[in-house]
Design a protein around this ligand. Sequence first.
Ligand SMILES: *Cc1c(COP(=O)(O)O)cnc(C)c1O
Length: 434
Amino acid sequence: MNIPDRYRALPSVDELANRIGAEFPRDLVVSECRLVLADIRAALRSGATDVPDVEATVRRNLDALRRPSLRRVINASGVILHTNLGRAPLNRQGLAGWYSNLEYDLATGRRGKRDVHTSVLLERLLGSPAVVVNNGAAAVFLVLHELAAGAEVIVSRGELIEIGDGFRIPDIMQRSGARLVEVGTTNRTRIGDYRDAITDRTALLLRVHPSNFRIEGFTGRPGVEELVGLARERGIPLYEDMGSGCLADLGQSGVYEPTVQSSLSQGVDLVSFSGDKLLGGPQAGIIAGNGELVQRVRRNPMFRALRVDKLVIGALEETLRCLLLQQWNEVPVLRMLRQDVEAIRERAEQMIARIAGAEVVPGESLLGGGSTPEQSLPTYLIALPGDPVKLEAALRAATPPVIARIENDYLVLDLRTVASEEDVELTALLENLA
Ligand SMILES: *Cc1c(COP(=O)(O)O)cnc(C)c1O
């Protein structure tokens, strides 16, 4: 067939829609038919000779709309807080999205506050009042906006970080209306640098956790106590963006991260941190500290724009309760961190028992998630024989998709980040592949 004939041979929108049938809403079918026909006509006009089957294309596109886009994956990468895989995994969705006492006081039958579901637990855990917003970035913005708009904030040059996805301290500062006053140098900042920069326009001293990078060599920055001392002496609040929000001492698991409690007890006036990093909960940003400052932040009109939804509150409440009751293994991130390396080895050996050429080798799991980049934990890896690039793609295309990593020309899987309930499923997928 020549091009004009092919063109004429295309069905009309109506004809095509009738062939698809009543499986989908009619207007959805009609609009999909229009799009596909328009694409094919455009392709023919520009000289394409290979025309796809019109009906099959429409069906495939409609089927794709029916499949969930957000899907569970098996994280065999060994990166515990993998930002691309949703950071901290959650046990359950907390309380689902059905009716709840979100803002209803069951004792009085009157309107309540959504804050109560998390504030009691946070205050118990931290020993300070706290409020919750959408994420860590929102927390930083809100604190700066409330406490420093139109005034100056002093930050060390070594802490002017970018977290990723465009979150940069100087930019967020500017949007908040606060003016950044940089002190010190990239590698070294002294307490005197802060002191010299204080004027009557200074509203806040800001300390930022350099989460995802590390300066080595001739470096230094004042400790929390020194900054607290200066802040007290000059009557200026000290605010610390802690990034990861570690609430449990993880030293036993080999993770050395200052806890939120230690900053607060040393006298930092306000801290903020993420809910879905080392805390192990859902995406959220928590602001805690001096009650008066926390209340000011809570009353800021932007709070309403950055508040959290009931699903998040349910999941965060559940995580916080586990932390308070020290049920560490109920928080997946903590369970993964605490997992015994010999147990990982045993699971790995069992998984490859029937896969020729696969090996279990020592390796390292990573904390990840814009927190403590240099920290890793010993683990055992499954190394698969074969072309690692092909294997990686095949596992990624599996159901559920499996995310692995390539190391030294091998495709490797780390079971530290795989739930043991996923072992049977993953074993079957790997045996299928071999
Ligand atoms: C991760 C991080 C943020 C941003 O938190 P999100 O929850 O990702 O918005 C801000 N500051 C620091 C130091 C961080 O590590």
